[in-house]
Write a protein that binds this ligand. Structure first.
Ligand code: DQA
Length: 148
């Protein structure tokens, strides 16, 4: 059976392309998802994409994912720096999770330089624009392949 990967885009990422393009790039979320789905297809993995502006909904996505996905990629966006609830949900679901950011959060305001999420993830990719997502998907595919 094909391995399954879930990608969760957090708050305001529905505005990509229009929102601060100098920081977050010119690509829309639909364009980013399209290239991720193409890469997933090429590698014969099932990719599901989700976006939510709501912390509780993101917590629910992790809860519902237990046993259903082999890896999860999340851009927690603004919740990166504040959400104990999302961090706890990642630990509770037990699925290897990769944190991704378009911008380099360590080169920005001090409040963005702390991630509550990264310590409970397999790893973090930050600063490569839309390429960050491709790199994260490559890492997730690698996790799936090593699970067999
Ligand atoms: C972001 C970085 C966050 O600090 C910010 O709140 C975002 C996007 C990124 O992808 O660079 O919304 O996660």
């Amino acid at each position: 059976m094909a391995k399954k990967i879930l990608i969760i885009h957090g708050p305001n990422l529905n505005l990509l392309g229009k929102r601060e393009p100098k920081i977050y790039g010119k690509f829309s979320l639909a364009e980013i998802n399209k290239s991720l789905l193409a890469l997933a297809k090429k590698n014969k993995v099932d990719l599901k994409t989700a976006q939510s502006n709501h912390e509780g909904e993101i917590v629910d996505l992790f809860g519902e994912s237990k046993g259903k996905f082999d890896a999860i990629i999340i851009n927690p966006a603004g919740y990166t720096h504040t959400s104990v609830a999302i961090r706890d949900a990642i630990v509770a679901c037990g699925i290897p999770t990769i944190e991704v950011h378009l911008s380099n959060i360590y080169a920005r305001e001090s409040f963005r330089q702390t991630s509550l999420i990264a310590p409970v993830c397999k790893g973090q990719i930050s600063g490569f624009g839309s390429l960050s997502y491709i790199l994260a998907l490559e890492a997730a595919i690698d996790i799936c392949k090593s699970k067999k």
